[in-house]
Design a binder for this molecule. Structure first.
Ligand SMILES: Nc1ncnc2c1ncn2[C@@H]1O[C@H](COP(=O)(O)OP(=O)(O)O)[C@@H](O)[C@H]1O
Ligand SMILES: [Mg+2]
Length: 466
């Protein structure tokens, strides 16, 4: 069973559009929302409601329950769910999915849900390990003749000198460690630690003695470690249960025949089975009992929940009650609609009543022009765009008749048009030109088959847009 050294498989998250959201923006003293704070503008009631839910979660009173965000498109449902996970802590997993993701011809619906559940449950593993830590001041490889003959040289050992504030130590290391050093791309001047038991090296960052004046650098600078080179260190690792599933499902490399066969036949990853998950849960529970690991329930965000069918809802009801459940936040923009997978049972938001009973429902309301304007300003700033006042006003007005999201999305094409017209700042003409080029949804629909739209209106799907 492999539980440490696990690569994270966190999905490339659909959150770039929300990079300006830094939290709910509530006051610490009383939990009331500032009108504009932490990147959030308006939607005060919903933010305060989510704030209350954060308190419930922190007091462990949310078990078996879930949250439903209901509101028109572009009213900040995804943003609220993201802010919820941010309020819970920086390392809390946030796993977004869309209801329709469950439909695949290869994987069972419940399997997709299960996988996403496990992506949203974090595990913080805390271990005290014997390590050698310090800044690398010397890194030399000693070679010998290849014992197997041939022309190649073999590495006999690695000489590494580590320095801390207190002292320095020269280490003579096994070639295995060298591989690990190479994997981490360790150079002289890096701060690293090597686990004594496994010989695994981890690069912490570049020593701040090497810090340069460039602002644009991906490098993380860390101070020179204090204390001895050889010491006991608290090592904290954050993984999700899904990371553990994946790491343990992959055939482990080894010298045996099976793995040789594996190389020839290139098998797909072995499947993550229920049995494997049960085994992992058992080990995880043991770790938790021993106090080595701590469960960090994250947020599973299920957008367009009305796309799930009755089978999924039944599964969710049970999954929400398990002891290892994340906080589930559903979102929908539907009012009353037919529950998928049933003949004609209509229900609020297309959710069966037994699940509805578990939900705390938060409504999001459309924004007014002033609010849209402020959001646009914040977005322009995060994207590094200049926009003139009259252009901002025009875009905000557009946002009222369409949606906030549409207005935000026009920012980038408008910036490109401005640039083509030789301006660094987006002007009103650029917005007008954009409008001439693109249609918003309503305008686009108006021009298309009005008869067909009339037909659709009779299907009972009541949209909250109106
Ligand atoms: N109150 C708000 N303050 C700041 N930005 C917002 C707010 N509400 C929505 N946004 C931004 O507007 C865009 C659309 O919102 P989103 O959360 O995707 O809406 P929904 O999920 O309800 O369709 C996103 O970029 C989001 O970050
Ligand atoms: Mg959304």
């Amino acid at each position: 069973m492999k539980i440490t050294e696990v690569q994270s498989t966190t999905k490339e998250q659909r959150v770039a559009a929300h990079s300006h959201i830094k939290g709910l923006g509530l006051r610490d003293e009383d939990g009331f929302a500032e009108h504009t704070a932490a990147g959030f503008v308006g939607q005060v009631q919903a933010r305060e409601a989510i704030g209350l839910i954060v308190d419930l979660i922190k007091n462990k009173k949310m078990a078996g329950r879930a949250v439903l965000l209901a509101g028109a498109p572009g009213t900040g449902k995804t943003a609220l769910a993201l802010a919820l996970s941010q309020e819970l802590g920086s390392k809390v997993p946030f796993c977004p999915m869309v209801g329709s993701e469950v439909y695949s011809s290869e994987i069972k619906k419940t399997e997709v849900l299960m996988e996403n559940f496990r992506r949203a449950i974090g595990l913080r593993i805390r271990e005290v390990k014997e390590v050698y830590e310090g800044e690398v001041t010397e890194l030399a490889v000693e070679e010998t003749e290849n014992p197997l003959g041939g022309y190649g040289k073999a590495i006999s050992h690695v000489v590494l000198t580590l320095k801390t504030v207190k002292n320095a130590k020269q280490l003579k290391l096994d070639p295995v460690v060298y591989e690990s050093l190479q994997k981490e791309k360790v150079q002289v001047g890096d701060v690293i630690y090597i686990e004594a038991s496994s010989g695994v090296a981890k690069r912490v960052g570049r020593s701040d003695a090497y810090a340069t004046e460039f602002d644009l650098e991906a490098e993380e600078y860390v101070p020179l470690p204090k204390g001895e080179v050889h010491k006991k260190k608290d090592i904290v690792q954050d993984v999700t249960l899904h990371d553990l599933d994946v790491a343990n499902a992959r055939p482990q490399g080894g010298q045996d025949i099976m793995s040789l066969m594996g190389q020839i036949m290139k098998p797909k990853k072995t499947e993550i089975t229920d049995k494997l998950r049960k085994e992992i849960n058992k080990v995880v529970n043991k770790y938790i009992d021993q106090g080595v690991a701590e469960l960090v329930p994250g947020v599973l965000f299920v957008d367009e929940v009305h796309m799930l069918d009755i089978e999924c809802f039944t599964y969710l009801n049970r999954a929400l009650e398990s002891s290892m459940a994340p906080i589930v936040v559903f979102a929908t923009n539907r009012g009353v609609c037919t529950i998928r997978g049933t003949e004609d049972i209509a229900s609020p938001h297309g959710i069966p009543s037994d699940l509805l009973d578990r939900l705390l429902i938060v409504r999001t309301k459309p924004y007014d022009e002033a609010e849209i304007r402020v959001v646009l300003q914040i977005r322009a700033k995060t994207e590094g765009l200049q926009i003139a006042d009259d252009a901002l006003a025009a875009l905000a007005a557009k946002g009222v008749t369409t949606s906030l999201r549409y207005a935000i999305q026009l920012l980038t094409p408008a910036a490109i048009l401005a640039k083509m017209n030789g301006r660094a700042t987006i002007a009103e003409e650029d917005i007008a030109e954009c409008e001439g080029l693109f249609f918003d949804a309503k305008a686009s629909a108006r021009g298309l088959l009005p008869a067909r739209l009339g037909e659709l209106a009779g299907t009972g799907d009541v949209d909250m847009m109106t």
